[in-house]
Design a protein around this ligand. Structure first.
Ligand SMILES: [Zn+2]
Length: 369
């Protein structure tokens, strides 16, 4: 599948994951035989994908997936066109639309890019969508999440751990990567780097480069009264500096904006940031189907203060690790995360399978004018 032009948005299925792990362990055994010891963060491409699938499974569980093949096909066509221009065209690139009105996008290691229907509602053209997706493709292409873990030395094998630790070790990396991706903890240089990739890929595909700046400007304006950092690019107070850098790089280079096709394919409307239904942080991490946080539940919570957690009394302890990590990254506000990050998600985490052939992509590209 990796080298096929047919992309299938299907992942994190238990059986293939285990089969893949077997392959990883064989490869790991060879590495260990050769070197006697692991180069602990020298993850293979296969391992990177396994980590990415674990991260994606958690993201899908948290926000749900829009069960609509048409919107997945459209986003997959735009994303595939961009990914094919990237430095890693042969990854099994997968594009997923998350079922939440919060505005966000997440790049999972190994080539799994997620964007929310809230983001699609705020975006106004295909060139802007391309800008956002290409930025996420940049994070994947340059392995920012895995490199951030390596730099931070947040996950290490103990000196006495050997081959048998590789599986749990990868789980540790996946948990850390989820944290980085979900909280958007990429550092400023990585963000600037992904912005550069975004400009280059969008232009190669025929889009007006720099439309990402238009989207960021709209997002910044929307979030101006938010007390806490919020959602996409949340960790970067200097969004204005990024916008300026993108505009400067884009200069007078031009390309297609493709507004009509975007509007024909994407019918979502933006939700005002103050109207986004949210869930208590961590509450839906393991229970994407609980529907916690809708307005009725909020009203009920007010009436019965003891039923915090929406009647899921035992849940809090079960999700303690995620809650802790969210608190660690809190940067202001009582709950520490803005409404986009805390947004309620849909109940169905199942991937939506779409097939996109190279002929489909070529035909789609002809519409960029
Ligand atoms: Zn980013």
């Amino acid at each position: 599948m990796k080298h096929s032009m047919v992309l299938v948005a299907l992942l994190a299925v238990a059986a293939p994951a285990h089969a893949q792990l077997g392959g990883i362990l064989n490869k790991a055994q060879k590495i260990q035989d050769a070197k006697g010891k692991f180069d602990d963060l020298n993850v293979t491409e296969e391992e990177e994908r396994t980590i990415g699938e674990q991260v994606s499974a958690k993201i899908r569980q948290r926000f749900g997936v829009v069960q609509d093949p048409a919107i997945h096909k459209y986003v997959t066509l735009v994303g595939t066109l961009l990914a094919q221009q990237s430095e890693r065209p042969n990854l099994a690139w997968t594009f997923i639309v998350l079922d939440t009105e919060g505005v966000n996008a997440f790049a999972s290691p190994g080539g799994i890019v997620h964007i929310t229907r809230g983001a699609l509602g705020l975006i106004t053209s295909e060139a802007e969508l391309a800008g956002v997706l290409a930025h996420e493709v940049g994070h994947v292409a340059h392995k920012h999440a895995v490199n951030a873990i390596r730099k931070g030395k947040a996950v290490q094998l103990g000196s006495n751990e050997t081959l048998s630790s590789r599986g749990p070790f990868l789980d540790k990396i996946a948990n850390k990567a989820y944290d980085i991706v979900l909280e958007n903890k990429f550092d400023r240089n990585d963000e600037m780097d992904s912005d550069k990739v975004s400009l280059a890929l969008a232009e190669k595909a025929g889009y007006a480069p720099g439309k990402l700046a238009d989207f960021l400007t709209r997002l910044d304006e929307r979030n101006k009264d938010q007390p806490a950092s919020n959602g996409l690019f949340a960790s970067h107070p200097d969004t204005q500096a990024r916008i300026e850098a993108i505009r400067k790089q884009a200069g007078s280079r031009n390309g297609a904006v493709v507004e009509a096709r975007y509007k024909a394919n994407v019918k979502y409307k933006p939700t005002p940031v103050t109207a986004i239904a949210t869930v208590e942080d961590g509450a839906s991490g393991l229970t994407g189907s609980t529907k916690a946080g809708d307005k009725k539940a909020d009203a009920k919570k007010d009436e019965e203060p003891k039923k915090k957690g929406f009647g899921l009394g035992g849940l809090k302890q079960a999700v303690a690790p995620e809650k802790e990590s969210a608190q660690v990254s809190a940067s202001g506000g009582s709950r520490g995360v803005g409404p986009d990050r805390a947004a309620k998600g849909g109940s169905n985490p199942a991937p939506v399978k779409v097939t996109v052939s190279s002929a489909d992509v070529a035909e789609f590209k002809r519409g960029i004018a």
